[in-house]
Design a protein around this ligand. Structure first.
Ligand code: 5GP
Ligand code: ZN
Length: 112
């Protein structure tokens, strides 16, 4: 591994992942522990820690949003939830920013 980051390794193909979509700047792959019929993680290839850092990289942020939209299209989702947990207290456990794309079942609000 280039660095100690699990998601960098998945993006580089060093650790297997079920890739749903990828382009020059972003990669989308299935969550290993899905909470819904569709549970895909969308990451920028660039290693940034969280949403706060991603906001400093407009091209990568745009690529992540476009990849979320593409995942929804591929999965046939008209309705879906997109979650970016920021900080351990909010549930972030991997510190390479990722958008969860969750759908394929009814989703209640507010989340836990
Ligand atoms: P967080 O808790 O940081 O918002 O989300 C991290 C997500 O990464 C979790 O939903 C977890 O299931 C997923 N995850 C952890 N390790 C792996 C892995 O090795 N491969 C994949 N595809 N997902 C993982
Ligand atoms: Zn990384």
């Amino acid at each position: 591994m280039l660095n100690d980051c699990l998601f960098c390794a998945i993006a580089a193909g060093e650790i297997p992942g079920t890739i749903v979509h990828q382009d020059e700047l972003a990669v989308a792959f299935r969550d290993i522990d899905p909470v819904a019929p569709t549970h895909v993680l969308v990451i920028p290839r660039r290693h940034v820690r969280d949403l706060g850092e991603l906001a400093d990289h407009a091209d990568d942020a745009q690529a992540v949003l476009a990849a979320v939209r593409e995942v929804a299209r591929i999965e046939g989702l008209a309705d879906y939830r997109t979650v970016l947990n920021t900080g351990a207290g909010a549930g972030q456990s991997v510190f390479h920013v990722h958008a969860h794309v969750i759908g394929g079942r009814g989703l209640s609000w507010p989340p836990g």
